[in-house]
Design a binder for this molecule. Structure first.
Ligand SMILES: C[S@@+](CC[C@H](N)C(=O)[O-])C[C@H]1O[C@@H](n2cnc3c(N)ncnc32)[C@H](O)[C@@H]1O
Length: 154
């Protein structure tokens, strides 16, 4: 199993999401989705992704929200799902519907060298509350957003 290097203070979380707990979460994918599906609907509705936009889905897990964003921005947009968990991202890659404009990266959002000023929308379903140093993490994520870039409103 691959495990990303990351911010030193995120080491516990990276180990957690790549260990038995991450695997358990992945194994319960179908049940989690029936529980969290309505929250994805609210997230997508509030985020208002538009065709042609570039979306960064942080802590994307098994990819359900990344798929939804990719569908909304297709055919000319793009959705990137980023996560530290190899078990969850393996599922995301396996479950991804063919033909959607999306990709996944195994990386720590706090330190990943995103292409600067490259995303219109940054979103997450329960993937941004595990950062040991939220200021460092959101500073890094902000660099990836265009000046007009947005978060879904609360
Ligand atoms: C509660 S799960 C939510 C997964 C997915 N968004 C969903 O709704 O099914 C939290 C996710 O955040 C990821 N995560 C935690 N810390 C992260 C970090 N520093 N960078 C990227 N992903 C992270 C975990 O690996 C895990 O997949």
């Amino acid at each position: 199993m691959e495990q990303p290097s990351g911010h030193a203070e995120n080491a516990d979380q990276i180990a957690y999401w790549n260990g038995p707990s991450g695997q358990r979460w992945a194994d319960r994918h179908a049940a989690q989705e029936s529980l969290l599906g309505p929250i994805a609907d609210v997230l997508i509705d509030r985020a208002r992704p538009k065709p042609g936009e570039r979306v960064l889905d942080v802590g994307c897990g098994s990819g359900a929200t990344t798929f939804a964003f990719a569908k909304a921005v297709a055919p000319d947009g793009f959705a990137l799902g980023l996560d530290v968990s190899d078990p969850m991202l393996s599922q995301a890659r396996a479950f991804a519907p063919k033909g959607l404009p999306l990709d996944f990266v195994l990386a720590d959002a706090t330190v990943h060298p995103f292409e600067p000023v490259s995303f219109d929308l940054l979103a997450s379903r329960f993937g941004v509350m595990f950062f040991a140093d939220p200021v460092a993490s959101f500073t890094n994520l902000r660099r990836a957003l265009k000046p007009s870039g947005r978060l879904p409103p609360p």
